[in-house]
Design a protein around this ligand. Structure first.
Ligand SMILES: Nc1ncnc2c1ncn2[C@@H]1O[C@H](COP(=O)(O)OP(=O)(O)OP(=O)(O)O)[C@@H](O)[C@H]1O
Ligand SMILES: CC(C)(CO)[C@@H](O)C(=O)NCCC(=O)O
Length: 315
């Protein structure tokens, strides 16, 4: 890999070593559970789910349990019940690296641990400004960059969540309309675990430029994962997904990218390459990759999406 900075802070596991940590997983996945996982992403191999993500869910389950014990200890000190607040897991990484897939697999696996914790999933896409605002500010080609998000709203959501507030509303972003859905919201109601996935989740985000020091979204995270891969592999995955969408979602008349459905394979390739180079690659280099070493755990993927190495920060 390329984790150079602060690497000594990390325990490094190759695939074989990481897999061993699953040996003590008491419950093997049933056939139905495996089928459910396949429904999450048809390209996700079942070995991958049980060899990489199952041990990871075991680690997370132990940490969540430890955290609940800490809350009980604080309650004992206060002579009162300590309010139950969600355990927050952040998942960061480039566009098209597989954050959503990782988040959905972990959600499915974490739910089946003893006590069946209530696990909810939120993506920071919902905190993007609507296209109307992005257009006004000349930011349509900066989607995913720090200035394209309503940071105030994101921080407010996380503050409310960590204060134990009920029924929080999160805006919903549609990849189909390429915009925030005006009359829709997701309600987050005191889950045991909240997974928050997004490229900016480990960034130093300023609500107010005058404010100093800035708030780190990561201050609200109990655990964080960075999904990493070689840039050329991510660019290829972006291309492949674009070609699939050209034949599927882009054909939908409601798609913002309806015009791309009529492109030839070669034209689509050029278009995807342009968007990758002009927007997503720049964002990866300038804003996302520099946050990698803030993560507690780094999943390093090979060219076929399979995880080759896992880095776990000691503290
Ligand atoms: N573990 C995996 N095994 C095989 N394919 C995968 C895996 N994870 C993701 N992919 C594929 O990689 C592409 C990107 O995945 P995904 O949508 O999860 O990424 P993302 O990081 O959430 O992207 P974005 O930020 O653009 O929403 C998709 O085509 C998906 O099918
Ligand atoms: C919504 C984001 C920023 C993150 O998921 C991304 O999918 C995106 O739309 N980026 C802008 C460039 C593009 O269309 O790929």
């Amino acid at each position: 890999m390329s984790v150079t900075k602060g690497i000594s802070q990390y325990l490094t596991f190759d695939r074989e070593q990481w897999m061993q940590l699953r040996a003590s997983v008491p419950m093997p996945l049933t056939r139905e559970e495996l089928e459910d996982l396949r429904g999450i992403n048809e390209n996700l191999s079942l070995e991958e789910a049980s060899e990489v993500y199952l041990p990871l869910s075991r680690l997370l389950n132990l940490l969540v349990t430890g955290n609940q014990k800490m809350a009980e200890a604080t309650g004992l000190f206060l002579g009162d019940l300590y309010p139950k607040v969600p355990y927050v897991i952040g998942i960061a990484g480039s566009v098209a690296v597989g954050k959503s897939t990782t988040a959905r697999v972990l959600k499915a696996l974490l739910r089946r641990w003893p006590g069946h914790p209530k696990v909810d999933l939120v993506t920071t896409d919902g905190f993007l400004y609507p296209n109307r605002v992005l257009e006004e500010r000349g930011l349509m080609k900066r989607k995913g960059f720090p200035e394209s998000y309503d940071i105030r709203r994101l921080i407010r959501f996380l503050t409310d969540l960590k204060s134990g507030r009920e029924r929080l509303s999160v805006p919903i972003y549609s990849h189909l309309s390429y915009d925030i859905l005006p009359d829709r919201e997701k309600v987050v109601n005191q889950p045991d675990i909240l997974i928050i996935e997004g490229l900016n989740i480990l960034q130093n985000l300023c609500v107010d430029k005058q404010q100093s020091p800035c708030v780190f979204v990561s201050d609200f995270l109990d655990f964080s994962i960075y999904v990493d891969a070689h840039e050329t592999d991510i660019a290829r995955w972006y291309q492949e997904r674009f070609q699939v969408l050209r034949k599927t979602a882009f054909r939908n008349p409601a798609s913002y990218f309806r015009r791309y459905a009529d492109l030839t394979v070669e034209e689509a390739e050029k278009t995807a390459q342009g968007i990758w180079e002009e927007i997503n690659r720049v964002n990866l280099k300038e804003n996302i990759l520099p946050t990698r070493e803030r993560a507690r755990l780094i999943l390093e993927k090979g060219p076929d999406h399979s995880v080759k190495k896992v880095y776990l920060r000691r503290i």
